[in-house]
Design a protein around this ligand. Sequence first.
Ligand code: XBP
Ligand code: MG
Length: 241
Amino acid sequence: MPLDALIFDVDGTLADTEEAHRRAFNLAFAQADLPWRWSVEEYRVLLDVAGGKERIRAYWSQLPDAPGPEAMWDRILTLHAAKTALYTEAVRSGQVPLRPGVEATLRSARDAGITLAIATTTSRVNVDALFEGTLGAGALGWFSAICTAETAAKKKPAPDVYLAALAQLGLPPARCLAVEDSRNGVLAARAAGLEVLVTENAYTRGQDFSGALAVLDDLTGLHALPDPPASMMGPMLDATR
Ligand code: XBP
Ligand code: MG
């Protein structure tokens, strides 16, 4: 069946943002006089929890000085707001480029008349900042639906953000393809009834991507895709040949 829409995850898929997230978390912890510093290895494990606020809660909850849930959540909201300010500042200044093949894929999909959408667990301001620092804010207009943490309270691996994107597009899942970088993303997309293509990265390499149509190093490899998804993406791939 030909493809009507591509629905993209953001973090780790459009850009390798997780290092910028990790540094922003650590800076926010330092500014708040907290001794926490997440190493790359520790952060790889923490990424199993989608969403920055939820990630801090999962980490803090297993420390001996963890306060009660309400006091903890208040503190987390303040910490996360500081982290978001630091992250958006870094990303808006162009410190994180798009991953290889992303811009070409977006442009060829548009040329082929394929609708674009975003389904991410990150905050909307983070998506805006990434585009401001890369393709320019105008490219946000390329997407017919931008569904974020504010759209769906239940984060990946729950399907909610993908279901919201499908509802906004008014399309059935069979006519869309999700592009993801993580196991949580694959589970979310599959639970929403979508086929999913994985572009793995340093943080997600080696995860269990069962259920994905294909696993690529990055989106420069689209022409070498097996069938499906090659047949689904046919018109779009033809446009770039
Ligand atoms: C990525 C995330 C995000 C970011 C942090 O998941 O879990 O939470 O790490 O962003 P996915 P916030 O790529 O599957 O959407 O701090 O704004 O939550
Ligand atoms: Mg991701």
